[in-house]
Ligand binder design. Structure first.
Ligand code: FAD
Length: 419
């Protein structure tokens, strides 16, 4: 019988690993609870009606259709039995492994206030993105129907919590939607009066970037009409307002981009985790007490050569996927395994509105419109299929020329006012 490798999660880390194991002498089972691989860096563009869902997600079966060595299972993993070496699926089925790779990513963290989630959805999946898109677009529709001024103002107030790249990207595009894209289409309201708040508990936005670029991003957001509130912690969220300490701001649309928490893999594996629930792995990305189990990507707590935590970003997950492939191949062929994992940081990128970005690649820094194009080319390059590269490029060009966000559809039922 061939060596059985079970990979949980077809995100950046898991898919990279499976792709790179092509031709290795083993049987691979890839399990994911979704049928698609998702390019999360462009999720905010689905949430803000720039791109349709199919442009940033691809069926896993299709990606791996020529890989006879890979069996894909659409299933949710709920546990791992380390004694019998089985992965346990939701309905109790077991999938046996010789080597297990856990790459189940992360979820939103509400810092102990999980009840806020219903009124402040986060952005992690395609469903999240279409929920946010629906809520943002519906808020304008409800405002158009509303005769009470205070309620209309609340409908036209959007709060994004957390000013990392995702929060900055969402706030910039929502402001652009309100101030540039929509005004000509509504008759009863002036969408330019909409308030877009970006709330950040820390002292500045984009804390992973240099102070210079962070200050530039703040100015650029303010030019788009975003109110940037730094040093303000959210103390409550409800369906009618958001509280910042004593201050309550009436709003119907709050979006959560403030924190992440690793998947519960640490509990399945009964492994030691850090505060964010990430599994503490060895320098070889295995469990410290079990070399047959690897944990990668956003689910793992790892450090770089300087002892700094490896960030939860796509290049780190992909590098880890490639690294573990080399280890598995070496083990299968009896060759020496590679030394400890070394993370190579390629840089930080974030967009601000429809035509500006900030980029930091080591000492190289770029901002403004040119940075946006560099950001765009980099993201197009990393999309999974040639079709997506073409379609996303055309979509962006069309939006650029027409000044429109072309995916402005409200789908799935949600109350308008008196439905
Ligand atoms: C909105 C957003 C924007 C981002 N922007 C950027 C960016 O611009 N640049 C960048 O580098 N990074 C960005 N990131 C971070 C980047 O996407 C993550 O670091 C990366 O996806 C981590 O890869 P991963 O393989 O660890 O997890 P993921 O890519 O999240 O994959 C995890 C997979 O595991 C599956 N899974 C989870 N639980 C189970 C289960 N119980 N059973 C079965 N399957 C399961 C999921 O369905 C998913 O397919 C962004 C993330 C988000 C959410």
């Amino acid at each position: 019988m061939k060596h059985r490798i079970v990979v949980i999660g077809a995100g950046f880390a898991g898919l990279q690993l499976v792709k790179k194991l092509r031709g290795a002498n083993c049987d691979i089972t890839l399990i994911d609870r979704r049928n698609h691989h998702l390019f999360q860096p462009l999720l905010y563009q689905v949430a803000t009606a720039i791109l349709p869902t199919a442009d940033i997600a691809w069926p896993i079966r299709r990606i791996l259709d020529d890989r006879k060595d890979v069996t894909t299972l659409l299933a949710t993993v709920t546990g791992v039995d380390r004694t019998t070496r089985d992965v346990i699926l939701r309905h109790g089925e077991r999938v046996p492994y010789d080597t297990l790779v856990v790459a189940t990513g992360a979820a939103h963290a509400y810092f102990g206030n999980d009840e806020w989630e219903a009124d402040a959805p986060g952005l992690k999946t395609l469903e999240d993105a279409t929920t946010i898109r629906r809520r943002v677009l519906l808020a304008f529709e409800r405002a158009e129907l509303e005769s009470d001024e205070a309620t209309r103002t609340a409908e036209l107030t959007f709060a994004v919590v957390g000013a990392g790249p995702t929060g900055v990207e969402l706030a910039g595009i929502i402001a652009d939607l309100a101030h540039r894209v929509l005004p000509g289409e509504f008759r009863r309201i002036d969408t330019k009066t909409a308030r877009v708040l970006l709330v950040e508990a820390g002292p500045r936005i984009l804390p992973a970037f240099s102070e210079n670029l962070s200050a530039y991003a703040k100015r650029a957001l303010e030019r788009l009409g975003v109110e940037v509130l730094t040093g303000e912690a959210v103390t409550n969220v409800s369906s009618s307002d958001i509280a910042l300490g004593e201050r309550r701001i009436p709003t119907r649309t709050v979006i959560w981009a403030a924190g992440v928490e690793a998947s519960p893999a640490g509990q399945w594996l009964e492994a030691e985790t850090d505060k964010a629930g990430r599994v503490k792995v060895s320098p070889f990305l295995t469990l410290p007490d079990d070399e047959s189990i690897f944990v990668l990507g956003d689910t793992a707590a790892t450090v770089d050569a300087h002892g700094k935590p490896v960030p939860g970003i796509a290049p780190a997950a992909k590098q880890q996927g490639s690294y573990v492939t080399r280890t598995i191949r070496a083990r299968l062929t009896g060759k020496p395994v590679p030394g400890p994992f070394r993370y190579r940081h390629l840089g930080n990128l974030a967009t601000i509105g429809p035509n500006a970005a900030v980029i930091e690649l080591g000492r190289f820094r770029l901002k403004g419109r040119l940075a946006w194009w560099v950001w765009g080319v980099a993201h197009i390059y990393f999309l999974v299929s040639a079709r997506s590269r073409l379609v996303v490029t055309l979509n962006w060009l069309w939006n650029f020329v027409s000044g429109q966000n072309s995916a402005r559809l409200i789908t799935q039922k949600e109350t308008l006012r008196d439905d």
